[in-house]
Design a binder for this molecule. Sequence first.
Ligand code: SAH
Length: 233
Amino acid sequence: MSRIAVLIVVLAVAGADAWAGPDRYVEARRAMVETQIKARGVRDERVLRAMLTVPRHRFVPERHLRQAYNDHPLPIGFGQTISQPYIVALMSEEAAVRPGQRVLEIGTGSGYQAAILAELTDHDRVYTVEIIEPLAQSAARGLRELGYGKVRTRTGDGYLGWPQAAPFDAILVTAAPDHVPPPLVQQLKEGGRMVVPVGPPGLVQTLWRITKEGGQLKFHSLGAVMFVPLVRR
Ligand code: SAH
């Protein structure tokens, strides 16, 4: 190929990439919602809209950018992962977060699930706890940059919840404990919902939706999942 031809090819590729930028991700989110999320039965319009709105690629490390909207979790460093899109949507739907409600997330990770929750209630009613300090900091920075700066982030052991901000209408646990943490049960409002994977570390866990009714807990299984373990300090 002549030098001019090579130059033209390079310009065409670079140009196409620049032009396709934002649109490519809009289309990627639309496809993600259709083929991964609606197709598996998530119906809540507000959740679907949140999944269309939040730029998931901004919560994914640069080297995995091209896989940001794929149907699987991705590494975010420190041995941790951003959950599969469908799991984020399912947990959000099961938590049934309504505007004005107070919600706690355990395991901030990338901050992506927290941003989805912020689309479902007031930003400043979303509380999220992460045990790995650098992850907590980069998630907080990412949330700020994307306009979710009012989400309340904290470094600490999420097993203990966030007692100062309790009680919560909904609690989402995005790392797997081997039993339901009693402090989280305590911090759940009467009529509130907790979505939590419970099971042995490194193996398959059961994802539970737990509701508190009349001081009693009702368990509903949402199926088998694989989460990173909830670790203790
Ligand atoms: N919700 C995240 C993904 C979570 S991965 C997202 O949207 O990207 C699970 C996270 O839980 C990891 O970042 C891990 O460090 C964190 N974690 C594990 N044990 C924890 C604990 N006891 N308290 C708070 N966070 C914990």
